[in-house]
Design a protein around this ligand. Structure first.
Ligand code: ZN
Ligand code: ZN
Ligand code: FE
Length: 743
């Protein structure tokens, strides 16, 4: 007999780890105890050496899905404590709220099997779940996480469910949302007027969808609008009713095989598509087309993730358009009554249920890059799981940006990024933002000692930070937008710097009060230097140029000395530019993309920000050509005028638009390379981080990192948080922590 002292570090609390250990220990017939510690769990077990070793080898392989085991140390000793049973011991740390809360997890294989098993008591029950799957974050009102503090408090367990819940051998042991047709929520179908219809709700919804109706379907973190995706007219109707002109819709496919019929799916993409988080994955279309769903080269595809989705698809449906039910910039709808009221005239029917959603959580959205998620929206399935950031200290609130708002709260090296919040300029969205900050603080017992926000004086997140700071007497640190992007990518990759940061996005408030966005920075969490940028672009009409991108095109052509005669409104723009009337300067890379897309006539009026860039990427053909790169001054600025002249020249020669688009992006890759080379020559820094919304361009992401690596750089892109402004809060948080330490 020997005693094994095992200590496990990582994310092993609040993820079903102790019940898992309990089960494993009883399988091996070992005695001892387990307890939580500040950084993981401690385990002491007695048995013969060989059994203990087999146990230790099996543990990491069978650990719960959400557990992250960073290290596991085992010491053996002959000194026995004489354990006679196995205990889950309470520890001091548990007096504090120190547990993590699981994200919502898609239905597991075991539950799916029962759902389809005629003999099972949960056959076709849309709310089947177990310890390994089901709703979590979206139904939790408060901690500690148990049924009474979730939406399930309205559904007392029946004796059968209660027995399973208390049986450690059962796969529903301590599954808080466990329920069955006898005791759990029910699903119902309402017509367009909100009247409940008699009959099988799911069957009614299926028939309505098949006959071309638009149906609101209640999901995990909000409502979807669903309809057939094989009919352009239906999609058009949905766009018209939802007032969503051109933004792509996501679709839900019954399985990965179905997705492969319309998209190219790599093994890595399939793994993430079918994984338990079930994000929307942006997949390349098999061939051009499906423009009524997405005008891009890609389509956002997800697989069913709730039992209700599986029942909805049945045996005979393959794909559905599934778009969040909201109106323009308002947050996703999540309450039954609200949906019925506000979707009047939009939805032809409602498939709802009486398990309340407590917290909104949109579908997550990502590309797959280098085998992992490359986030565009980190939300359902990921939130509220922390990202572990070595070097993060203390409790800080970072308030994020504005259009793609998110916040982060930290507690030592756990950083909790919020779900997708949306555009704060919408009042309801801003209200949800405030509520979610309060909710996260309560859930994770965080009382911030420091607040970080953007430098932009007009961001509502900045106003919130200042108001909170004043009210609670806490310091507020304003962080430059692109410095925050850079720090975010550093933290995402566990870097401490110094680094070179290529930070390319649409718009961010610069330290000098102008708009930045094509930046090459140098620095770390403590500070930065603006080493390089692009020649500022005057934007006739300021913010209007974000959507009316023909204004940017005019400005670029005019500055480059190209022929602008015959351009609509040209006379007016020329006057504005000449006199500097309402022509703020922007060094935003996004504007350069928009302008190029408009010059190429790909898109001259955008219905959403960044549309020009997206369509330019979609238009690009394979080509290795480049335009001249001129860099000069301090900061080292890319003078885009020779490039614009060369593009116009190509166009006049009748070169295909797709080739010019490719050459334009190849030129920007060259700009990134040249700026990094110059930055390294001066500083010796060899690590390059890439951040900012412009790096949602996969043409660039497939080329720029490789090109830099060829030059000997170590290149880092985002992995855990988004590269767009949603990821900014993480960077703000890290910079604020370091600022506070310095002073
Ligand atoms: Zn399950
Ligand atoms: Zn029951
Ligand atoms: Fe940005």
């Amino acid at each position: 007999m020997e005693r094994a002292l095992i200590s496990i570090h990582g994310i092993v609390q609040g993820v079903g780890f102790r019940p898992f250990i309990h089960r494993l220990v009883s399988q091996y017939g070992l005695c001892g105890f387990i307890k939580n510690t500040s950084s993981g769990v401690e385990l002491e077990l007695e048995g013969d050496r060989e059994t203990l070793e087999r146990f230790a080898a099996e543990l990491p392989r069978r650990a719960p899905k959400l557990a992250v085991i960073e290290s596991m140390d085992i010491r053996y000793t002959g000194e026995l404590a004489g354990f006679t049973d196995f205990q889950i011991r309470k520890s001091k740390t548990e007096e504090f709220r120190n547990t993590l809360i699981s994200p919502d997890i898609c239905i597991c294989d075991d539950c799916l099997r029962e759902l389809r098993d005629k003999k099972d008591r949960r056959y076709r029950y849309p709310f089947i779940n177990c310890t390994n799957c089901g709703p979590r974050f979206t139904i939790i009102k408060d901690v500690p996480y148990d049924r009474a503090k979730t939406s399930m408090s309205a559904f007392p367990m029946c004796p059968d469910c209660d027995r399973e819940y208390h049986d450690i051998e059962n796969r529903r042991y301590h599954a808080q949302p466990d329920c069955c047709p006898d005791c759990g929520p029910r699903v119902f179908f309402l017509d367009a007027e909100g009247r409940e219809q008699p009959g099988d709700a799911i069957e009614l919804a299926r028939q309505a969808l098949k006959s071309g109706k638009i149906i609101a379907v209640k999901g995990l973190g909000g409502m979807h609008l669903a309809c057939r995706c094989d009919d352009e007219e239906i999609a058009k109707t949905l766009r018209r009713r939802k007032q969503r002109d051109e933004k792509p819709f996501a679709i839900m496919c019954r399985d990965a095989e179905t997705a492969k019929q319309i998209c190219l799916v790599s093994p890595e993409e399939e793994a993430i598509l079918t994984g338990f988080r079930r994000p929307i994955v942006l997949l390349e279309k098999r061939q051009p087309g499906l423009y009524h769903i997405s005008e891009n080269r890609t389509v956002g595809v997800m697989l069913p993730y709730t039992p209700l989705h599986y029942l909805l698809f049945g045996d005979d449906m393959d794909m559905l358009i599934m778009t969040s039910a909201n109106l323009s910039d308002t947050p996703i709808m999540f309450k039954n009554a609200e949906a019925v009221e506000k979707l009047r005239g939009i939805a032809d029917g409602f498939l709802l249920h009486d398990r309340e959603i407590q917290t909104r959580c949109d579908d997550s959205l990502c590309w797959v890059l280098d085998g992992g998620e490359y986030q565009a929206r980190r939300s359902r399935g990921y939130v509220p799981f922390p990202v572990k950031v070595p070097g993060s200290r203390g409790m800080v609130l970072a308030c994020g940006a504005e259009q793609k708002a998110s916040f982060c709260l930290s507690k030592e090296d756990y950083v909790f990024p919020s779900q997708h919040i949306g555009d704060l300029k919408n009042m309801e969205t801003f209200e949800n933002y405030r509520q979610q900050i309060a909710h996260f603080q309560r859930l994770f017992d965080i009382e911030p000692r420091l607040i970080a926000c953007d430098m932009h004086p007009d961001y509502l997140s900045t106003a919130y930070a200042e108001e909170r700071g004043a009210r609670n007497g806490i310091n507020v640190i304003q962080v430059q937008h692109h410095h925050a992007h850079m720090a975010s990518c550093m933290a995402d990759n566990g870097l401490t710097g110094p680094v070179i940061g290529l930070i390319w996005d649409g718009t961010g408030y610069g330290s000098d009060g102008t708009i930045w966005g094509g930046e090459c920075l140098m620095g770390d969490y403590q500070g930065f230097r603006r080493f390089g940028s692009i020649r500022p672009i005057p934007l006739p009409g300021g913010d209007r140029a974000v959507k009316e991108t023909d204004r940017v095109a005019f400005s670029l052509l005019y500055q480059a000395g190209c022929d602008v005669s015959g351009m609509e409104n040209g006379g007016m723009y020329a006057q504005m530019l000449e006199k500097g009337l309402n022509c703020p300067l922007s060094s935003g890379m996004g504007r350069l993309f928009d302008g190029a897309a408009a010059i190429l006539n790909i898109k001259t009026r955008c219905s959403y920000e960044g549309q020009g860039a997206v369509l330019l990427e979609a238009a690009a053909l394979e080509d290795e050509g480049e335009y001249p790169v001129v860099l000069e001054g301090e900061p080292l600025r890319f003078d885009w005028r020779p490039m614009i002249r060369a593009m116009v020249g190509d166009r006049e020669r009748g070169t295909e638009t797709g080739f010019i688009a490719a050459r334009f992006m190849n030129t920007l890759v060259r700009v990134g390379m040249e700026q990094c080379i110059a930055a390294r020559r001066e500083s010796g820094i060899n690590d390059v981080v890439l951040s900012g919304g412009s790096f949602q361009n996969m043409y660039m992401m497939k080329r720029l990192p490789k090109a830099l690596e060829k030059l000997g750089f170590r290149v880092w892109h985002h992995r855990r948080v988004s590269t767009n402004d949603e990821g900014i809060s993480l960077g703000q948080l890290m910079i604020a922590q370091h600022c506070a330490e310095k002073s």
